[in-house]
Design a protein around this ligand. Sequence first.
Ligand code: ACO
Length: 330
Amino acid sequence: MELLDQIREKARNLQKRIVLAEGTELRTLRATEILIREKLAKIILLGDPLIIKEIASREGITISGAEIIDPKTSPQREHYAQLMVEIRKSKGLTTQEALESLNNPLVFGPLMIKAGDADGEIAGAINSTGDVLRPALQYVKTLPGVSVVSGVFFMLFKDKTIGENGILVFSDCAVMPDPDERQLAEIAVTTAKTARSIANIEPRVAMLSFSTKGSAQHPLVSKVENATKIAQEMAPDLMIDGELQLDAALSEEVGRLKCPGSKVAGKANVLVFPGLEAANIGYKLVQRLAGAEAIGPILQGMAAPINDLSRGCSVSDIVNMVAITAIQAG
Ligand code: ACO
């Protein structure tokens, strides 16, 4: 079964409650119809019910079966405001400020999760990554033992000889502009777990650089070299190697030549880029020029799954991200 079919099948079995924070957005409503019809999750739309129903009826979209909650009138507002004040007391947040913030669905969604009223959230079809992530980071926070939230793409290729049966996992393509060596190590270990949990991939993690095993000397190379050592200490059983250039990571011939004996070089299926610039540009190059399908960004390291859509997302991107979010919640 193809990866996306497997993901949808797993989500269907879990029946998680997923919040779609941009409830008045047309692609989101079209995705809701599919999600309900295919029984992939229990959908909660945020927004004014009158407006949501009016758009759905005008566009001929069936959304009966989705719960609609208006963040401006929800009876849970007081409870969520209390939670917010408790979480942000060191920052001096007042109840009045919390209540005002809750008018914003991007704040209300994470609070639903925090309060146990939902299992995951998706937004970003009409909001920036920063606006989706900030309240998620502030209220849902990271998993115990994790300090860094980061974003992964599953790159799917028609050519099944690439990566793991046509799948490569790229990270961090979405969140940390300039991770330090410890953060980079954490991103690598977390990405390996995501590769396993979403796609059942046994990860072989390449820590990418413009140098292979000391072929160049530069502080940027040392950062990746040190991050590799830290990641190896954090997860001694993980197959991880670095620093590697991309060809040494992916080409068996180059890998054998430059890093004989490496369990990763030449056969990597998880690529950890040294920073957000390289990763974000890298995944888009592969998507646009190699025609790979890019599934993500899937955010990892958060205490509960909240995922950010691209503003250019399609209806099926939203459906897939809901299914992935459900699996992360499971
Ligand atoms: N992991 C965990 N916590 C974090 C992280 C992180 N990666 N980044 C920030 N935080 C925490 C901060 O510590 C802070 O917590 P606090 O308020 O309790 O002290 C809170 O989140 C908010 O952080 P700020 O510093 O106030 O917010 P900032 O403006 O730095 O926002 C953000 C963080 C939004 C993630 C920022 O780093 C960002 O914009 N990153 C780039 C996102 C982006 O544009 N990606 C490319 C597009 S996505 C794509 O193309 C697929």
